[in-house]
Design a protein around this ligand. Structure first.
Ligand SMILES: Cc1cc2nc3c(=O)[nH]c(=O)nc-3n(C[C@H](O)[C@H](O)[C@H](O)COP(=O)(O)OP(=O)(O)OC[C@H]3O[C@@H](n4cnc5c(N)ncnc54)[C@H](O)[C@@H]3O)c2cc1C
Length: 619
């Protein structure tokens, strides 16, 4: 009888303990609520993980643009994006034909690609010559995942794109348009590694603009972000992470005085934001250098609102329109309730110079230029919204754009986990950085790495390209190159290929503030345009062409979960450096002694109504 009783107790105990084991989910924290973090959180949760997503801002979605209707690629060009849109039943509309190839605004006149060929053949031919030379360059890269495969290609990383363009000796208008395209898609040509530019050319080689602009996503990428948010159980907004401690048991994440603990972590914030988070143990020197040194493109967006269209209706200016003057890259945005909106993208050094200006001053400068071409602009202007990615501390730039020498040092660095942390974000995707596709892909990769880590897999430390590439500098390779690769690359003249990599000129903000004669004329055209053709009005404050603009609208995609965020199970022990693996070199200042982890407050956040993205009207 007694033996039966003991056996029964044992069975009950075993049952309890195995139920306990079953109930103990694997836990993960995801830092950053952009599309990369949302993807990682969603994928881990789908595999049974208990995930807590921490986002610094009040709203989710990260670097989603101002567009009320984004252009997206088809299945061929953006398969992961299309897979999620389908999965979440987010509907898209086919793109009208006229937006599927880029247009040009030359001194205020709109040209489609076909117009350009007939009306400005010299410019059209020069653009073709540029595209052909770029294609040759891209073709020289066999594997875009290993762009610096040999010393010749490695040498390209030491050069900048501007030097390469100089060699093409393009006519002025063509060069202005090409500069505009490059600074919009990446960054200022003088700040861009030629190898990175070639590698991206290789990735998009034989991909037509038509496939990249195959459909429109009404509401833009915030709609996709909201679709992810709906799936996730635990999201904490307004939770900027300040410190992370890894130890042998897991990770502890600090948001002010509150601590969260989990087994693993996905870090899905841009590099500038990551640099502000205290890591214990500290990152090694290579990672620290990458945090500080990796170039990000600059791109700020302004949406100018008008009572009615002020541009020529014939132009149907939509899609991607590259201007050779002060308007950067622009498109006409389908207006939501009557009126007409134009989104202006200021990029590269034009955007950098304007960091000293307030939003209204920046808008004024653009309006002045628009007004010069479209005289009704001033009277029809009703307000604006501005999104400045470059000066936003949580972003610190528009997207990754490797500068000269940086592929050699940091190639695929963030694709490898560091102990219990996997990294995600557009900047961690080797093929599609700076895109939604890249962000989504990186989230999937990080989620699968966390599962691999949990299964006991270890990842080799990253080897830098510089250490593995065949020894050879630009100078050495170019010197050996007699009528070879460099000669072809530079149209037969390889003489300047051995020049040391040109460093981009630092942008002097003070210069902008002082508004010296000629400053605004250089602005928006950079050195692209002769000063004689400068915009007619030079002083920002003196000319305020429009009625007082409306205050910028709040960020879209504001979403907060209604259910209380569950705190990751709080563990009592203060965090110690990981004992099971050799700690990374303590190059970072060690964190102040971490406070004991408090049980994270499971305070219910007030449910915020998600901003409804009005359906964009088809043009
Ligand atoms: C102007 C512009 C136009 C673009 N146009 C296109 C386009 O047409 N097509 C395309 O495919 N892609 C485009 N992109 C790129 C695309 O938007 C990005 O690649 C993508 O949104 C990046 O997502 P992410 O998750 O990597 O980063 P993010 O969206 O930046 O997400 C990172 C998140 O981390 C948060 N965060 C930062 N620090 C902390 C912290 N300490 N604690 C907690 N959270 C923190 C941030 O608030 C942010 O929400 C564009 C980008 C810009 C800027």
């Amino acid at each position: 009888m007694a033996a039966a009783w003991v056996r029964l107790c044992a069975i009950v105990l075993i049952g309890v303990s195995s139920a306990g084991a079953l109930a103990k989910d694997k836990t993960a924290i995801v830092v950053g609520g952009g599309l990369a973090g949302l993807t990682a959180a969603y994928e881990l949760q789908s595999k049974g993980w208990q995930v807590t997503l921490l986002e610094a801002k009040a709203g989710m979605g990260g670097r989603s643009g101002l567009a009320t209707s984004e252009w997206i690629g088809n299945n061929k060009t953006q398969p992961v994006l299309n897979q999620y849109l389908e999965q979440f039943k987010v509907s898209t509309l086919p793109a009208p034909e006229f937006v599927r190839t880029p247009g040009y605004l030359i001194d205020g006149e709109y040209f489609s690609a076909a117009d350009l060929a007939t009306k400005q053949p010299a410019t059209a031919d020069a653009l073709k010559r540029y595209e052909k030379t770029l294609d040759d360059l891209a073709r020289s890269i066999e594997d875009p995942l290993n762009p610096a495969a040999n010393s010749t290609l490695f040498a390209l990383d030491q050069m900048n794109v501007s030097t390469w363009l100089d060699k093409l000796q393009l006519p002025a208008t063509a060069r202005q348009l090409i500069n505009q395209q490059i600074r919009t898609r990446y960054d200022e040509p003088s700040r861009l590694s030629l190898l990175y530019f070639a590698q991206q050319g290789r990735v998009y080689r034989n991909v037509s603009d038509r496939d990249l602009r195959a459909a429109r996503l009404p509401g833009g990428s915030p709609v996709l972000a909201q679709a992810f948010v709906k799936q996730l159980k635990t999201i904490k907004t307004s939770s900027p992470v300040t410190a992370i401690v890894q130890d042998k048991d897991g990770v502890t994440v600090k948001v002010g005085a509150v601590g969260y603990q989990a087994d693993y972590l996905v870090m899905a914030v841009p590099l500038r934001a990551l640099a502000k988070i205290q890591m214990t143990p500290g990152l090694d020197n290579q990672h620290l250098a990458a945090l500080k040194g990796t170039n990000y493109g600059w791109r700020d967006q302004l949406m100018l609102k008008f009572k009615n269209p002020v541009w020529e209706s014939r132009a149907r200016m939509s899609g991607e329109i590259f201007s050779n003057t002060g308007l950067g890259m622009l498109w006409i945005e389908p207006a939501l309730k009557g009126g007409a909106n134009v989104v202006i993208n200021l990029s590269g050094d034009n955007a950098r110079l304007l960091q000293a200006f307030g939003d209204k001053q920046m808008v004024d400068q653009v309006l002045i230029r628009l007004h010069a071409f479209y005289p009704q602009a001033r009277g029809a202007f009703t307000g604006y919204e501005v999104r400045r990615y470059s000066t936003d501390a949580g972003m610190g730039g528009a997207y990754l754009a490797f500068g000269p020498g940086q592929i050699s040092k940091y190639w695929r660095l963030w694709e490898r986990p560091v102990q219990r942390i996997a990294f995600a974000g557009e900047h961690t995707d080797a093929l599609y950085p700076g895109t939604l596709e890249g962000a989504l892909r990186s989230g999937q990769r990080a989620a699968s790495q966390v599962q691999d880590l949990a299964a006991g897999k270890s990842f080799d430390p990253v080897k830098s390209v510089a250490a593995t590439a065949a020894a050879g500098t630009a100078a050495a390779v170019a010197a050996k190159d007699k009528g070879g690769f460099f000669s072809n690359l530079f149209g037969g003249a390889s003489d300047k290929a051995e020049k040391a990599p040109a460093k981009p000129e630092p942008v002097k903000v003070e210069e902008a503030k002082q508004d010296k004669p000629g400053f605004f004329s250089r602005l928006f055209g950079g050195a692209d345009k002769p000063e004689a053709k400068a915009a007619p009005i030079a002083k920002a404050e003196a000319v305020v062409p429009a009625p007082a603009p409306a205050a910028p609208a709040p960020a879209p995609a504001v979403v907060a979960k209604e259910e209380p965020a569950k705190a990751a199970p709080a563990k009592a022990a203060p965090a110690k450096p990981a004992a099971h693996k050799p700690a990374a070199k303590q190059a970072q200042k060690p964190a102040a002694k971490p406070e004991p982890v408090k049980k994270a407050t499971a305070k219910a956040e007030p449910a915020k109504k998600a901003v409804v993205n009005s359906q964009a009207k088809a043009d």
